[in-house]
Design a protein around this ligand. Structure first.
Ligand code: FES
Length: 215
């Protein structure tokens, strides 16, 4: 199933700023794929800002808020009540609440949030998912494409996060473990908490952000 995609990022896309430049061609490929597939509940890709502000490239920090990455509510702080149970997922950037700097200087900081029934989550996932809101890196661990789809599993009735480059699927209820495709490991998870209704970062990423090294 892991058909090669000539537009996929280099397999050298690892946790580094170089990974950002690897992702852009694949986004074009993903948009093309989505245009021809009405069955997918796609997560639209977000554009990064070239402006580099202090802290913009730092990984998410404890107490950061999360702001929408796209749409007519782009840049708005996300509250738990804003999310619809069961998805669709939304893409977001961490934002320093003191300086208001959005940490979109690195695409490795972009995350995807989904509100799920807490009873569906395994213990490790539930422990960092207030109100059932789970949060993961948007970067596929196979070759660095962004996760762009929320689809029904081939075998099963639950939706999963899917990377359209080579069809890897991740179950957000089970700590984003790989349930299909060539991805070598789960997505990095971002532990959350809720403060005054706003979703905030409780701790740095758990797990490595970015794609595998080598082939
Ligand atoms: S980059 Fe290959 S499955 Fe995501």
């Amino acid at each position: 199933m892991s058909e090669s995609n000539p537009n996929a990022p280099s397999e050298q896309c690892v946790e580094s700023e170089a990974a950002a430049s690897c992702i852009e061609p694949t986004r074009r490929a993903v948009l093309t794929a989505l245009a021809g597939c009405a069955c997918l509940a796609a997560i639209e890709p977000a554009a990064a800002d070239d402006d580099e502000q202090p802290g913009a490239s730092e990984r998410p920090q404890k107490a950061d808020v999360l702001v929408r990455a796209e749409g007519d509510k782009a840049s708005q702080v996300i509250k738990s009540d804003d999310l619809t149970l069961g998805g669709p997922p939304i893409r977001a950037w961490p934002q320093d609440p003191k300086t208001s700097v959005v940490r979109k200087g690195s695409r490795l900081n972009e995350v995807v949030l989904i509100k799920l029934d807490p009873n569906e989550l395994d213990d490790a996932t539930r422990a960092r998912a207030p109100d059932g809101v789970v949060c993961y890196s948007v970067i596929c661990t196979h070759a660095g494409c962004p996760i762009t789809a929320w689809v029904k599993q081939d075998q099963g009735d639950k939706n999963v996060l899917k990377c359209l480059c080579h069809n890897s699927e991740y179950d957000p209820r089970q700590n984003a473990q790989v349930v299909f495709g060539p991805a070598p490991r789960r997505l990095a998870a971002l532990p959350l908490t809720v403060a005054d209704g706003a979703i905030t970062v409780a701790a740095p990423f758990v797990g490595k952000v970015g794609a595998q090294q080598g082939g």
